[in-house]
Design a protein around this ligand. Structure first.
Ligand code: F6P
Length: 461
């Protein structure tokens, strides 16, 4: 193998450059050239195949910095599907003209689906990423627990999960944590702590919405910021239980902080906010308004008279919402993500080098070994209809009465976060934010440097 390509697809995470870095460093050892394809699958679809040599003379370009969030290659949510036969043919031809012998995609479930179509014609491997922490399985047979039925309102299929396993061993999880998750939790937990003191001072109820789509891993791990209550999308809202907990907390401490996953559902399983129509082959949709809908429910249920004596204001102003938003996906990755994303990138390169196709590097954990690398055939993520589903929070990880991670949930989180932040992370904060030069030197974007190094198909042979 002499030359491979790498791309980043789907939503970004702070750890993408670290994964690319790990793959390129390993390629240097093997004296394999790595070309970075720009803008994810959009780059593959472009007849000129825009790309950047990432290791000329087997030395990593300085712009590839594992500490820098985002992706120096750019990303997109464009994908290819099984029906794009001619498009796939053209992509394979272009990659062939560039003498690319394998493709390493850094992505989540949408990318895994897209890669499937290409892999029939071209060796492809995956390095995982997603702040949602939902690429993988809780246990090996989990895909068999999914079934489908036609949706009531449309012709689309609705998927239903029956949990065949009331408990799981942590060493059974395929992909214990995906790169980007730990940093997103770091941001969320800080956000919760900061909202806390302002809600406390003004006797208010704060509802903080976090990302994660249909999965509640980010919401669950927000427990590190010590909100009072956590609602995850996997468990339908139990309004009486929530109101009882809110009242008890408000009476005791004159304020409440609630974290909600962006796709929480009511008792009938209906989303509290709204969801856009499908945006990619993984069926990913964009959610909005969950926190606001919950706020309306609390305003109606508690009423103005409830708040007047304590907050001296109406329910409308005593209850506020905040979205942590895209700060969850940005900035410098913390130590856990930097380290394991780099390892997973290197491991994915090795999979390609060893001749695997449609395999994914994974991060495994056992009590005896701690974290270690593994690999997994991506087709084993598929259910009986061939669909890859997000890894949901296992029911045993959440206590639906306390609205908090259960004992098993806490045991799951501890290995990831106990040493997730390193001294370098604190040094980065100290050295980068209030640097006097920030006031006089404009931000220099990596995109400017990459644009200068971009090559096109016919310039590269
Ligand atoms: O899948 C990652 C994710 O950050 C989700 O948590 C979130 O719902 C979505 O992407 C947001 O996507 P976009 O950046 O396209 O708005």
């Amino acid at each position: 193998m002499h030359r491979i390509a790498i791309l980043t697809a789907g939503g970004d995470t702070p750890a993408l450059n670290a994964t690319i870095f790990g793959a390129v460093e390993r390629a240097n050892e093997r004296r394999v050239e790595v070309f970075g394809i720009l803008d994810g699958f959009v780059g593959l679809l472009d007849p000129r195949l825009p790309h950047v040599p990432l290791n000329p003379l087997f030395s990593t370009i300085p712009e590839l910095d594992p500490h820098h969030g985002g992706t120096l290659l750019g990303g997109s949510r464009a994908y290819i599907g099984p029906d794009d036969v001619q498009i796939i043919e053209r992509i394979v031809e272009r990659l062939g003209r560039l003498k690319i012998e394998g493709l390493l995609c850094v992505g989540g479930d949408g990318t895994t689906n897209a890669v499937q179509c290409l892999a029939e014609r071209f060796p492809c491997v995956l390095a995982p990423k997603t702040i949602d922490n939902d690429l993988g399985l809780n246990y090996l047979e989990e895909p068999n627990d999914w079934s489908s039925r036609p949706a009531q309102a449309s012709r689309a299929l609705e998927y239903h999960k029956a949990w065949s396993r009331p408990e799981i061993g942590l060493d059974e999880i395929i992909n214990y944590a995906t790169p980007g998750f730990a940093t997103a939790v770091f941001v969320v937990a800080q956000g919760v702590q900061r909202i806390r003191t302002t809600a406390e001072g003004h006797r208010r109820i704060a509802i903080i919405e976090v990302m994660g789509r249909q999965t509640g891993h980010l919401a669950l791990a927000s427990a590190y910021g010590q909100p009072d209550l956590i609602l995850i999308p996997e468990v339908p809202l139990n309004l009486p239980v929530l109101l009882e907990r809110v009242r008890a907390l408000y009476e005791l401490q004159k304020h409440v902080v609630i974290v909600v996953g962006e796709a929480i559902v009511d008792a009938e399983g209906k989303r509290l906010g709204s969801a856009s129509s499908s945006v990619d082959p993984a069926g990913n949709v964009a959610f909005s308004g969950a926190a606001e809908s919950l706020r309306q429910l609390l305003v109606q249920s508690l009423g103005d008279d409830y708040f007047r004596p304590v907050a001296h204001t109406r329910a409308e102003s005593a209850i506020f919402t905040r979205k942590v938003g895209h700060t969850q996906r940005g900035g410098c990755p913390i130590l856990f993500d930097r380290f394991y994303a780099t390892q997973l990138g290197g491991c994915a390169f090795d999979l390609l080098w060893e001749g695997h196709n449609l395999a994914m590097s994974t991060l495994q954990w056992t009590p005896a070994e701690g974290f270690h690398l593994g690999s997994f055939p991506t087709n084993q993520l598929r259910d009986r209809c061939g669909v890859i589903h997000p890894r949901l929070v296992h029911p045993s990880f959440y206590d639906p009465l306390k609205l908090w991670p259960s004992k098993a949930g806490i045991e799951y989180l501890l290995p990831i976060f106990s040493n997730a932040v390193g001294p370098e992370d604190l040094e980065h904060l100290r050295g980068s934010l209030f640097r006097p030069g920030n006031l006089t030197i404009p931000y220099h974007s990596i995109n400017v440097d990459i644009a200068k190094q971009t090559r096109w198909l016919d310039q590269s042979q």
